[in-house]
Design a protein around this ligand. Structure first.
Ligand code: ATP
Ligand code: MG
Length: 158
């Protein structure tokens, strides 16, 4: 596990962007954290790092938004989903095992549909208003996946 403290929305976006610049094809990012934790802020950073032009918002009503950058980005949000079946109908594996990057807000709501190899990220609100703690947990074949650039962002003084 790897931990970064973010002191501002801007920093969360930059952490996301740094990650986005360094992602391998086909990676699945399971993003968790309470309402307003900063998942969408982080997702915007990832999109930026992937070279996506345009505005990234939570795909609340359509379940998934597709963006084109250096690689495709499949941005899911499970928040409003009630049944796991709705996801099965979507054919999730087509995204999970595609060349693009999958990022899922509220992924923890349906852990059973997630692939065993994924990057788990949890954003936790800190006691200070604009502070967040970001926990990175690479699972499965991603074990040990830890980007040097992210370590630099996390270095003391940043
Ligand atoms: N360090 C920080 N990192 C990220 N966001 C922060 C930070 N400090 C304050 N914020 C604020 O917290 C809010 C995060 O909103 P965001 O939409 O990204 O949350 P979310 O986790 O996607 O919520 P939801 O579950 O509703 O989708 C924004 O208003 C942002 O300005
Ligand atoms: Mg969101």
């Amino acid at each position: 596990m790897f931990v970064i403290k973010s002191k501002s929305e801007e920093m969360t976006r930059i952490v996301g962007r740094t990650l986005g610049k360094n992602l391998p094809p086909g990676i699945v990012i399971a993003l968790n954290g309470e309402l307003g934790a900063g998942k969408t802020v982080f997702a915007r950073g990832v999109a930026e790092g992937l070279g996506v032009a345009g505005i990234v918002n939570s795909p609340s009503y359509v379940i998934m938004n597709l963006y084109r950058g250096r690689m495709e980005l499949y941005h899911f949000d499970f928040y409003r989903l009630e049944e796991e079946e709705e996801l099965q109908e979507l054919g999730l594996d087509e995204y999970f095992y595609a060349e693009g990057v999958t990022l899922i807000e509220w992924a923890g709501k349906f852990p059973g549909v997630l692939p065993p190899t994924r990057l788990e990220i949890e954003i936790v609100k800190d006691y200070e208003e604009n502070s967040r703690i970001l926990y990175f947990k690479p699972l499965g074949d991603l074990e040990g996946f830890l980007i040097e650039e992210l370590k630099k962002v996390a270095a003391p003084g940043n």
